[in-house]
Write a protein that binds this ligand. Structure first.
Ligand code: F6P
Ligand code: MN
Length: 298
């Protein structure tokens, strides 16, 4: 079954929006051979942009901004929200190319997208009506949810996305992907990781958030990019990384937390807001919240 057959017709423009993004994902994939250089500009986080970041951002903005049902676009690569159609219903937030520092060495990167039925993107992630990611690995895959399970498709040689997994559920394997510098971890986080290690969790961290979370969805376990000494909000971004992937994992039976609460309940205050992330199986997320609570009561 193809993506266009799988998406229900009664979602109105949401179906068209997701199909458009799926086609733009193919354009991004096709652009990899042409855009491998390093750009001499920086994004608002002070990171050097590789050419592909800018290319992927442009593909998405150019491909979405004139759709009559799109109210606003917010990209990790831009400093401001782009307001589009006055009559638009959907806000789209995206990280055009997550893990792009790995492009130069040919590791897996991806596009992460969140969709709100609200012209205002500063809404809690739980209000999203859809989220998806496109992973550019040995295969190009697209995983989406519109709140009814999560489903994975593979891009075939004719440019169609073919259903490969329906109703994916977070696996049972014991994997942990611990971000940030170990010497800067906070005590509760260290205790959490040590607990994982004692319980036989195996280390896997590739440096591409979207690929690491994809692995956790399929296999199980937990990805973390925690708060650390001097970085009390961690590294990853609430609107562009945490919320869409959190919404997806939530609909695969998992959860996402900042250590204290469900990230999907946070009301964003600014576009470039960062958040400490714990994302994975429900069991692992409850253990980290338990360790954090213990620390608060000491
Ligand atoms: O987008 C930020 C990002 O590239 C994520 O994809 C990844 O998980 C993280 O940064 C890796 O950070 P670090 O280089 O600190 O391990
Ligand atoms: Mn990213």
């Amino acid at each position: 079954m193809f993506l266009n057959e799988h998406l229900p017709d009664d979602t109105g423009d949401l179906k068209e929006l997701i199909l458009t993004i799926s086609r733009l994902g193919k354009s991004i994939k096709d652009g990899f051979l042409l855009n491998q250089g390093v750009a001499d500009t920086q994004n608002m986080y002070g990171e050097t942009q590789v050419e592909m970041d800018k290319w992927a951002d442009k593909v998405l903005v150019d491909g979405l901004r004139n759709l009559p049902f799109v109210a606003s676009l917010s990209s990790e690569e831009r400093d401001d929200v782009i307001y589009c159609s006055k009559d638009g219903r959907y806000s789209v937030t995206f990280d055009p190319l997550d893990g792009s520092s790995l492009m130069g060495i040919n590791l897996t990167v991806g596009t992460i997208v969140g969709i709100f039925e609200n012209p205002d993107p500063f809404r809690p992630g739980s209000e999203m009506v859809g989220a998806m990611y496109i992973l550019y690995g040995p295969l190009t895959t697209l995983t989406y949810t519109i709140g009814k399970g999560i489903h994975e498709f593979v891009l075939d040689k004719d440019g169609n996305y073919l259903l490969q997994h329906e109703n994916l559920i977070v696996g049972e394997s014991k994997i942990y992907a611990p971000g940030a510098l170990r010497k800067e971890w906070l005590p509760f986080h260290t205790r959490f990781i040590e607990r994982m290690e004692k319980e036989g969790y195996k280390l896997r961290f590739c440096g591409s958030f979207v690929a690491d979370v994809h692995q956790i969805i399929h296999k199980g376990g937990v990805f973390t990019y925690p708060a650390s000494i001097g970085k009390d909000q961690g590294k990853l971004r609430l609107l562009f990384e945490a919320n869409p992937m959190g919404f997806i994992i939530h609909h695969a039976g998992g959860s996402i937390s900042n250590g204290d609460m469900d990230i999907l309940k946070i009301i964003p205050e600014k576009l470039d807001q960062r958040v400490p992330i714990y994302i994975g199986g429900k069991k692992e997320i409850s253990i980290v919240e338990e360790e954090k609570k213990k620390e608060a009561s000491l």
